[in-house]
Design a protein around this ligand. Sequence first.
Ligand SMILES: [Zn+2]
Ligand SMILES: [Zn+2]
Length: 390
Amino acid sequence: MKALTWEGKHSIAVKNVHEPTILNPLDAIVKVTTAAICGSDLHLYNGYIPTMRKGDIMGHETMGEVMEVGSMVKNIKVGDRIVIPFDIGCGHCQHCQDEEYSVCDNSNPNFIIPEKLYGHSGAGLFGYSHMYGGYAGGQAEYIRVPYVDTNSLVIPPGIDDEKVLFLSDIFPTGYMAAENCNIKPGDTVAIWGAGPVGLMAIKSAFLLGAERVIAIDHVPARLKLAQDCGAEIINYEDIDAITDQLSFLTGGRGPDSCIDAVGMEAHGHTILNAIDTVKQKIKLGTDRPDVLRRAIQSCREGGTVSVPGVYGGLLDKFPFGAAFGKGLTMKMGQTHTQKYMKPLLDRILNDDIDPSFIISHRIDIDKGPDAYEGFNEEKDEYIKVVIKMQ
Ligand SMILES: [Zn+2]
Ligand SMILES: [Zn+2]
């Protein structure tokens, strides 16, 4: 089958590889109909996530048709159309029972690596390095889905793939980021990054009752979409002092909550970001946390900073004193996607939201390598790429 594979930093290939087979009685094999490239795939593309190996299959935003199921699968049958969450839950451990699927205790066979780094390991993830289980991703014609009874959402007939594909990651991710803000009526939410997750967070913040959302980015096409979603916008290329601007826009108070939908590869013009960039290049630093610093600095006293953006290591010059001094609540982590898929499907079926508005490019798999390059370099108004499988 054809698949998009990681060949090294800045190198993605279309390769012919073996089709997956059932390895465990709880598995299913799915013929992929639509997949997407995620902003967090760019952290792999740029070589910032360790333990990738040449030939690893990319992709964690996937849906398709079930072709084969293992002998112990109960809820899913051949022919079902399913969306597959990016994180893998076993369905049985204490975390999965508590709907904390992205920190499942059983799905990461390589738990020893994150355990050494982080004390404990998160769940296995599709297409996201060997430290997260080495599972083949979904930017391919077929994918093996472990524990498929837990890691699937059956889609009723008659709904276009594009409307429901983003239940695999970015819609639940944006929604959980907004939910983590504990939004109350009248609240103002500031969101850094108006990429796909940021845009989903804008929509979700309004669904959860925010009065105002302020989106911060520097890509005009993204800011335009943020504005279409009802957000006020700030282009940080035009404004140096974001914290002052946010304070000004909120009567001196600061936003009630701040969402960092950017993560470890922040851009920006601050001196600290210049230092981060150099340290990351020469491998003296792991992350560029400039957005997180600004979110903490800008948030009102007693407010919440919510972090759906991905971080990997140790953060430099982290303003913990500001977070402590203002009594901030911080919430973060990989999304517990399975918990949100069904209620958010209902939101889509009720016409509360159609997440397909973010799609900027529809390609076939052969154009995958070009799409990674264009998306990474912010060319051609890339916002969201979906890969249509034949
Ligand atoms: Zn993703
Ligand atoms: Zn589990």
